[in-house]
Design a protein around this ligand. Structure first.
Ligand SMILES: Cc1cc2nc3c(=O)[nH]c(=O)nc-3n(C[C@H](O)[C@H](O)[C@H](O)COP(=O)(O)OP(=O)(O)OC[C@H]3O[C@@H](n4cnc5c(N)ncnc54)[C@H](O)[C@@H]3O)c2cc1C
Length: 472
């Protein structure tokens, strides 16, 4: 961005342009948005703008373009890499909370067109009320917004069956940095009319323009669920299990979530001793979930697939949840892991992805290399079905965790990410770049950087959109 404009001078013109109630400089209004949900990033901003229509966003961006003012869009503020945090008093913080209308829901077209300030939970609830499903599910769905979900290309728990956010989008309405509005949110399943520019905004973390509405795919509602916890002898066995269960259950596996011993121990400690109903020397567990129209049918499918898997020794032990509360307690174990790591003093986090066939070799090699960090504890878990591991490293038991991370953090991360690159993986599977992975992008994707910068210059030649995020 060109030299910081004195934003105070812009407040009155913005109020006239957008309405007085859309612009605030009140510190109390801004405060909740300056720190992210986890408290990892602490930002600053003086001006908050909350437009109520696409037209108002267009007027705002045109003004900012004319005066070279940086804009930081923020959704529900639940992102993990500081992408939605404003870090300069010279930038405007843009919230779309007031743009939360569902414009259209078509049961015959299986689509919803909604403004992007709507929460993911509301999108799911509206779909459900119409007897349909928007299958993207995240732990943060109560607060994250459609705009943030699309701009981070979020993955979540059902990506194995339904894909990531990008796979669920038919078209977008966006406001370009100069104020032009492009609307391709008509709900077209087929539309081969040249370059699909909409895709570039998915995962762009607000650096190309503002997504004001989206047309998204809805699915038939499959409310029945069957859930089992399975123990495998090896990671390659678990990968073979993925193939087996997907095939034997007619591709109705919606989750295949890995838990390893380190993560299980932490979650057990957090759950005050409540234990998993299955144990295995290997310490490798998978939470598998199958969807069908009824729970009975889902259970039938999962049981039918489980039996031969156990007979053949593919699954060495397993427990099928026979009630909702059992299902919930299995999921609680999986969902408790991040909190359990936090309570244990925090971890050095890596959100990586690899082709599933390389997971075992990658994990073995990385565990081996990490022996150099004596006593370091591992918490490896995640979306095995998507090849997406949260490969987290904790300080040795009894050590001062913060100090240990301070001394070893970069070396541990370098060790893990070098192995990821060697095995053809990605250093950021779900969470994006934001400000926390700029170095990694430059290091591991240096061949793509020029192209990314060129694309940014096409959409945002003045660099006003989310300055300093994704690209320096
Ligand atoms: C408990 C918990 C569980 C989570 N689980 C998962 C998970 O399983 N999978 C996963 O992928 N993530 C997960 N996340 C991370 C996070 O919730 C997702 O990345 C989510 O998609 C972020 O949405 P948000 O609305 O909070 O966006 P924010 O964090 O507010 O912003 C994220 C980015 O989107 C941009 N942005 C927001 N709205 C717009 C817009 N309208 N136009 C342009 N840019 C915009 C921002 O500038 C920023 O760059 C989890 C987070 C928490 C706290």
């Amino acid at each position: 961005v060109p030299p910081a404009t004195d934003l105070a001078l812009a407040v009155e013109p913005l109020r006239q342009l957008l309405g007085a109630d859309s612009v605030s400089t009140n510190a109390a209004d801004l405060l909740p948005y300056l720190e992210d949900e986890r408290g990892a990033f602490h930002g600053r901003a003086h001006v908050l703008v909350q437009p109520a229509s696409t037209d108002a966003v267009a007027r705002l961006l045109a003004y900012c373009s004319e005066h070279a003012i940086g804009i930081v869009p923020q959704g529900g503020n639940t992102g993990y890499c500081g992408a939605g945090t404003p870090f300069s008093d010279a930038h405007i913080l843009l919230k779309l909370d007031r743009m939360n209308r569902v414009r259209e829901l078509s049961k015959t077209n299986f689509t919803m067109t909604a403004e992007t300030g709507v929460t993911l939970q509301r999108v799911k609830d509206e779909a459900l009320a119409a007897g349909l499903d928007f299958p993207l599910s995240l732990g943060s769905q109560g607060s994250c917004q459609l705009g943030g979900v699309l701009s981070t290309n979020a993955g979540g728990l059902n990506a194995l069956r339904y894909g990531v956010a990008r796979d669920l989008v038919l078209g977008l309405e966006v406001v370009l940095p100069d104020g032009r509005v492009l609307n391709r949110a008509q709900g077209l399943r087929k539309d081969n009319t040249g370059y699909r520019w909409c895709d570039l905004f998915l995962g762009a973390e607000g650096t190309l323009g503002v997504i004001t509405a989206a047309s998204i795919k809805l699915m038939p509602l499959l409310q029945g669920r069957a859930t089992a916890l399975l123990a495998f002898a090896t990671l390659s066995g678990a990968s073979a299990g993925l193939l087996h269960f997907r095939q034997a259950c007619d591709d109705s596996v919606v989750a295949f979530e890995l838990l390893t011993q380190g993560s299980i121990d932490l979650a057990t400690a957090l759950g005050q001793g409540s234990r998993l109903p299955v144990s295995a020397e290997s310490g490798l567990m998978v939470l598998v979930e199958v969807a069908a129209d009824t729970s009975e049918r889902a259970t039938e499918r999962l049981e039918a697939a489980l039996q031969p898997a156990m007979e053949q020794g593919l699954v060495i032990d397993g427990a099928l949840a026979s009630s909702l509360s059992q299902r919930e307690s299995l999921w609680r174990f999986r969902e408790d892991v991040p909190e359990a790591e936090k309570r244990a003093g925090g971890s050095i986090k890596h959100d990586v992805s690899l082709p599933v066939q390389h997971l075992e070799a990658f994990v073995n090699e990385t565990v081996d290399r990490l022996r150099a960090f004596e006593g370091a504890r591992l918490s490896v878990f995640g979306h095995l079905g998507d090849g997406n591991l949260h490969f987290n490293v904790l300080a040795p038991a009894g050590a001062d965790a913060q100090q240990w991370r301070h001394h070893n953090g970069s070396a541990v991360t370098e060790t893990v990410l070098a192995a990821v690159a060697e095995f053809g993986g990605s250093f950021s599977a779900e969470h994006g770049i934001g400000v926390s992975k700029l170095d990694e992008l430059e290091r591991y994707r240096s061949d793509e950087l020029g192209l990314m910068q060129a694309l940014k210059a096409v959409f945002d030649p003045l660099g006003i959109m989310n300055p300093g995020k994704v690209l320096r």
